[in-house]
Design a protein around this ligand. Structure first.
Ligand SMILES: O=c1[nH]cnc2c1ncn2[C@@H]1O[C@H](CO)[C@@H](O)[C@H]1O
Ligand SMILES: [Zn+2]
Length: 384
């Protein structure tokens, strides 16, 4: 009897597979119905649609603009309805619940506290209530038999000038649910070196940070993020392929920067659907993740903004499985990469890998093998 090599998992198996998520924006992941409810409660009257399904479609289509700047305009509406403790608590709790429901077991969720002060909250209050929301979502997930751990990343907006203040905020809350720092927003014209004081402060504090770099702008942004700012991870980093050449015969050459990124195991927080929407990449099949995985870069798969992209971790895995024929082993590889690159302590990462991720995939793989064996023996002629 011949057992076929492990082939592509089904959508249902992907949903059950344990997943780790490093790059997901809190203000990019609201349920459309929650946006509608919160707008009504706060009297925000500028939503382009007030029926949840139509609003969801509006976000996806508006984000499908082919430009990062236009993609980012859609956040005006989500941030507008996230200005009170109740709203922030609900959005954070639902975020954790939705991810758990999708089989995510570990997530780092980012947001920019400076964008949630219009209702009179302080930066400290924003962080405290979002953390409470995450704890509530974890608890609700546990009640329904799921397990998720959520850490927050505090983002500073790269066009603004509050990054040092936000870095200090992240550092103050590092023992209470905040696992690191990030900068986000339009990339072109706002190099990460504008925020060097924030990064240098975090390094002096032995704290962790990632930088959105190499998404809308290419290698210089990645180079600055790593070699001037000292980023632990790259948010997107997808343009690192500009420093990789593949000859017609298949021979691969890495430039100095790409070699550094691979040699140093710099984690790439890749977000396939988001890249297609902002025009950074043409299609799933063209996404550099295929090449980066083959070359063993520390590639991870992420959602970026589940509302704007109409996506989830399972959907990202499904699209990649369709495009590249990935097996459960590939999905496990991405998941272990993400968990290794998380900002929580080493022993806790290891425990997640050994106690949750590997056993989860082992179970799925054995189910798959069992189903193959069962199918084969059913179709075999009866023994005489
Ligand atoms: O892919 C992205 N690239 C750059 N900035 C982003 C991306 N997605 C979201 N944001 C920005 O991050 C803020 C805090 O969460 C969001 O409000 C949005 O402006
Ligand atoms: Zn992002």
């Amino acid at each position: 009897m011949e057992i076929k090599p492990l082939n592509s998992p089904t959508a249902e198996q992907i949903r059950r597979a344990p997943k780790a998520l490093l790059h997901d924006h809190l203000d990019g992941g609201l349920r459309p119905g929650t946006v509608v409810d919160l707008a009504r409660a706060s009297g925000y009257g500028d939503l382009p649609e007030t029926e949840p399904d139509r609003l969801g479609t509006w976000f996806r289509e508006a984000a499908d603009s082919g430009s990062l700047e236009r993609y980012l305009e859609t956040f005006t509406h989500t941030c507008a309805v996230m200005q009170t403790p109740d709203a922030l608590f609900r959005v954070a709790a639902e975020c954790a619940e939705d991810l758990a429901e999708d089989g995510v077991v570990y997530a780092e969720i980012r947001y920019a506290p400076e964008q949630h002060l219009e209702g009179g909250l302080t930066l400290e209050e924003v962080v405290a209530v979002v953390n409470e929301g995450f704890r509530e979502g974890e608890r609700l997930a546990r009640e329904s038999g799921r397990r998720i751990r959520v850490g927050a990343l505090l983002t500073a907006m790269r066009h603004a000038a509050r990054s040092l203040e936000i870095a200090e905020l992240a550092n103050r809350h590092r023992d209470s649910g905040v696992v690191g720092f990030d900068i986000a927003g339009a990339e072109a014209g706002y190099p990460p070196t504008r925020h060097l004081d924030a990064f240098e402060y975090l390094k002096r504090e032995n704290n962790h940070f990632t930088i959105h770099a190499g998404e809308a702008f290419g290698l210089p942004s990645i180079w600055q993020a790593l070699q001037w700012c000292g980023a632990d991870r790259l948010g997107h980093g997808v343009r690192i392929v500009d420093d990789i050449s593949v000859a017609a015969g298949g021979e691969v050459r890495l430039g100095r920067l790409a070699a550094y990124v691979r040699d140093k195991r710099v984690p790439l927080e890749l977000c396939p659907t988001s890249n297609i929407q902002t025009g950074a990449v043409g299609s799933y099949a063209d996404h550099p993740i295929g090449l980066l995985r083959r070359l063993h870069f520390r590639a991870t798969v992420n959602t970026d903004n589940r509302l704007m992209s109409g996506t989830s971790m399972s959907r990202e895995f499904e699209r990649l499985t369709e495009a590249f024929g990935y097996s459960l082993d590939d999905l496990q590889w991405f998941t272990v990469n993400a968990m290794k690159s998380a900002f929580i302590p080493f022993d806790e990462r290891l425990a997640m890998i050994n106690d949750v991720i590997k056993p989860g995939y082992a179970e799925l793989k054995s189910e798959w093998l069992f189903s193959q064996t069962a199918t084969t023996s059913r179709s075999a002629p009866p023994e005489s």
